[in-house]
Design a protein around this ligand. Structure first.
Ligand SMILES: *[C@@H]1O[C@H](CO)[C@@H](O)[C@H](O)[C@H]1NC(C)=O
Ligand SMILES: *[C@@H]1O[C@H](CO)[C@@H](O)[C@H](O)[C@H]1NC(C)=O
Ligand SMILES: *[C@@H]1O[C@H](CO)[C@@H](O)[C@H](O)[C@H]1NC(C)=O
Ligand SMILES: *[C@@H]1O[C@H](CO)[C@@H](O)[C@H](O)[C@H]1NC(C)=O
Ligand SMILES: *[C@@H]1O[C@H](CO)[C@@H](O)[C@H](O)[C@H]1NC(C)=O
Ligand SMILES: *[C@@H]1O[C@H](CO)[C@@H](O)[C@H](O)[C@H]1NC(C)=O
Ligand SMILES: *[C@@H]1O[C@H](CO)[C@@H](O)[C@H](O)[C@H]1NC(C)=O
Ligand SMILES: *[C@@H]1O[C@H](CO)[C@@H](O)[C@H](O)[C@H]1NC(C)=O
Length: 560
């Protein structure tokens, strides 16, 4: 019963795509309309999944010390969201914290609906003691993602969880069904609580280094994954931490990379995997070793201090507990990691969320209409430690930017308050919003002049990672771009004193956060919003404000 609409959609795409190929561009738009109209009808039948979440503080002991964690339905990490492409997710969140709470959905594109993106600039927080129902659709998406609390430093207290989006039943996946499918949330962790961390940053001081690394909310040796010999398992690994790149590996086993943030990759064998903060990957692991326990080891990378932790891979009928030392990480070598990143390619013949091959969208043949250069850096502003993008350190206004836009409230932000390139001006504070045209196809070059690794995330979009290298970017760097099978994802690392270039098709109208996932830097201004604008105010391009939207700041009392 629930499969019915999925079947009809995939069938429809096949029919329409075949017809488009036969008839050429002349009838393309007509069929486009036919597709849209039919989807509009079918859409209403996409399955619904309902969730009720109770958000509270509760005692957790991830590193043996009692801490106040943010729990969802008593759990830390929060419950996993299991879904299938195009599912509607109706999530009623009761905020029983003594402070406002807001959830964002890392990697969920919120097509035409930035109102529900759940970041400061798009969505009002849920006041303490109230509830709010997020209505999301995982439209045209597959893959591994996660949700997290986006306000302040709440992410350092928990409130995060995994999101899985499976392919619809009739759409082929380029590997056999795994025996099980585990979400593994890894991240660095402080034993100091988030309000204390916020206070330190608000005073303009630097935060200490994190205290440890957690695997699914547990400290060293705290989690066991059960496997049976001869079977193959999918592990979805997300780095939900605050700053550190983490290397993931399993003693005695290799991993096969199969998916990166919604893209099926060319399947390559890895002995270990660097997961930068904010990123998600799927690997397959076959239990092909003698039945015993094996270390799963996670270590921080590229910093003078190394944080390590372990979990356990336990075979059924295991004859031996883990012993000895966990497998070491690779050398702290940028070029090792850079080479691994460059080796990740899209499997062009595999299906994505739709039955057509991922390679049928020829991103390398589309002309670029604009180049944006982004440099995130540190600066002291008004005698406080701040971070900025192209000289502008983001500060929140009193009203979500998307609501100010919707209700035409002036004076909240100004489009163009951040330049397209770094400048030589002294860094300053502002509510930075960059304007961009709906349907433009742009290039963004992230340039990192610092000694630390950066990890940039775009809300609302996946983009093609066309190039990355050490040194300075120049126009001739374009000659090295991968214009054929670059991976499409939503979070990308920029190595120290290096650059990363992406191609981005702006097909999603809305107000979208672009941020460094290094959470201190995000908190202290290394972020901005991209306002993707269409002069044609059409619900085909952007949905109206959700009827249940909370209103706050200067939007209080407005009606749509
Ligand atoms: C949420 O959890 C708290 C603490 O366990 C409990 O007091 C409260 O009744 C729960 N609320 C809902 C709506 O379940
Ligand atoms: C709050 O929860 C109730 C159900 O307990 C629901 O009827 C109501 O729509 C929710 N409020 C919001 C704003 O989502
Ligand atoms: C790519 O996907 C195709 C189609 O599902 C599959 O047959 C093939 O094994 C995959 N190739 C690699 C190298 O992953
Ligand atoms: C954080 O710790 C401070 C003491 O250092 C305490 O006053 C505060 O209530 C704690 N906050 C939370 C949310 O646990
Ligand atoms: C973490 O592991 C690495 C490599 O095994 C080791 O060099 C380092 O001393 C460990 N660090 C800690 C804090 O245990
Ligand atoms: C892209 O630009 C090139 C040269 O500037 C031009 O010849 C070509 O027609 C353009 N392609 C498209 C699809 O606009
Ligand atoms: C905001 O202004 C635009 C253009 O002037 C107008 O079309 C729209 O209806 C206004 N929105 C509201 C909520 O007043
Ligand atoms: C941001 O810059 C604009 C000019 O572009 C200025 O009018 C405004 O006051 C600045 N806002 C803040 C918060 O400094």
């Amino acid at each position: 019963m629930q499969n019915q609409p999925s079947l009809s959609i995939s069938h429809l795409y096949l029919v329409v795509e075949t017809m488009q190929r036969r008839n050429g561009a002349l009838f393309g738009s007509l069929y486009y309309c036919v597709v849209l109209c039919l989807i509009a009808i079918v859409n209403a039948e996409d399955p619904y999944r309902f969730f009720t979440w109770n958000v509270t503080y509760g005692d957790i002991y991830p590193m043996g010390i009692r801490q106040q964690g943010i729990l969802i339905n008593g759990q830390f990490p929060g419950p996993e969201i299991y879904s299938v492409t195009n599912d509607n997710l109706i999530i009623n969140v009761f905020n029983n914290l003594p402070e406002p709470f807001l959830i964002s959905w890392n990697g969920i594109q919120q097509r035409r609906n930035s109102y529900v993106d759940g970041v400061y600039g798009t969505t009002c927080p849920i006041p303490s003691g109230q509830n709010f129902t997020y209505k999301l659709q995982v439209k045209d998406q597959i893959g591994s993602f996660y949700y997290f609390p986006s306000l302040g430093f709440q992410k350092a207290a928990g409130g995060f969880g995994a999101i899985k989006i499976l392919s619809r039943p009739r759409i082929p996946v380029p590997f056999s069904d795994p025996a099980d499918d585990y979400s593994i949330l890894i991240g660095d962790w402080y034993t100091t609580n988030h309000t204390r961390l916020e206070k330190i940053m608000d005073l303009g001081w630097r935060l200490p280094f994190p205290d440890g690394v957690l695997i699914n909310g547990r400290g060293d040796g705290g989690v066991t994954y059960n496997v049976e010999q001869g079977k193959t398992y999918r592990l979805r690994i997300s780095n939900v931490g605050l700053q550190n790149t983490l290397n993931f590996r399993i003693a005695g086993h290799t991993m096969t990379l199969v998916e990166v943030e919604g893209t099926h990759t060319v399947q390559t064998s890895l002995s270990s995997l660097d997961v930068h903060v904010g990123q998600s990957y799927s690997v397959l692991v076959t239990a092909d070793q003698p039945p015993q326990d094996y270390y799963i080891a996670v270590s921080s990378r590229f910093t003078s201090q190394t944080l390590n932790t372990t979990a356990v891979l336990r075979y059924a009928n295991s004859g031996k507990p883990v012993s000895g030392t966990p497998p070491p990480p690779p050398d702290n070598d940028i070029s090792w990691s850079l080479n691994q990143a460059r080796s990740i390619r899209t499997n062009l013949t595999a299906s994505g969320p739709r039955p057509n091959p991922q390679g049928s969208y020829h991103y390398g043949q589309i002309n670029i209409t604009r180049t944006i250069k982004i440099t995130g850096s540190a600066a002291i502003i008004d005698r406080k430690q701040r971070y900025h993008v192209n000289g502008v350190s983001f500060t929140a206004a009193d009203t979500p930017l998307k609501l100010a836009d919707y209700f035409n409230i002036s004076g909240v932000f100004k489009v163009g308050s951040i330049p397209d390139e770094p400048t030589n001006n002294a860094p300053y504070l502002n509510t930075s919003v960059m304007g961009a045209d709906f349907r433009a196809f742009i290039e963004i070059v992230f340039e990192n002049k610092e000694n630390i690794i950066q990890s940039w995330h775009l809300d609302g979009y996946n983009f093609f990672v066309v190039g990355m290298d050490e040194g300075r970017w120049s126009e001739t760097s374009r000659n090295t771009y991968n214009l054929v099978d670059a991976v499409s994802r939503c979070t990308v690392q920029v190595y120290p004193k290096s650059w990363t270039a992406i191609y981005l098709g702006l097909d999603n109208v809305g107000m979208w956060n672009i941020r460094n996932e290094f959470w201190v830097r995000q908190y202290l201004g290394e972020q901005f919003y991209l306002r993707v604008y269409s002069p044609v105010m059409s619900s085909r391009d952007e949905y109206p404000l959700p009827q249940n939207a909370l209103l706050c700041g200067r939007a209080v009392g407005k009606s749509s």
